[in-house]
Design a protein around this ligand. Structure first.
Ligand SMILES: [Ca+2]
Ligand SMILES: [Ca+2]
Ligand SMILES: [Ca+2]
Length: 134
């Protein structure tokens, strides 16, 4: 009986450690960006990223006229009024963490699933490294 309990315990422990390995890496963006959607939305525009037409949303969270967060969406098409139709969620999120008005690779999150900021995103610099090792 004691052996069975030990086996059960080991089994449960084994299963739980397996689950913890499968959980996505803990995702954290700097606290100052937590409610960036409440910031001032600067004029948006479409542009080509390679051959892909994309749409950006740019947010100024401290209202100094300088972009702090930029989102990139895929363009799905245009409606009859000529308005750009975009995906529900972005595929890129840029956070100007070092405040130099550029979005470096380690300041851009790539969300392959395009399902909102939920922890399954990768920083672009880490994504490139993992691609290289495959
Ligand atoms: Ca700003
Ligand atoms: Ca930057
Ligand atoms: Ca996501």
């Amino acid at each position: 009986m004691k052996k069975l309990i030990t086996l059960l315990f080991l089994g449960l422990f084994g299963i739980s450690s397996l689950f913890s390995q499968e959980l996505p890496k803990k995702f954290e963006i700097p606290k100052k960006y937590e409610n960036y959607h409440k910031g001032f939305l600067l004029p948006c525009y479409n542009f080509y990223l390679g051959e892909q037409l994309v749409h950006n949303h740019r947010y100024d969270i401290d209202n100094d006229g300088i972009v702090d967060v930029s989102e990139l969406y895929h363009v799905m098409g245009f409606n009859e009024r000529g308005q750009t139709m975009i995906t529900e969620y972005p595929f890129f999120y840029g956070f100007d963490i070092n405040n130099n008005q550029n979005f470096e690779l380690d300041e851009i999150l790539y969300d392959k699933a395009m399902d909102g900021l939920n922890g399954n995103e990768v920083w672009l610099n880490e994504y490139k490294i993992s691609e290289r090792t495959i």
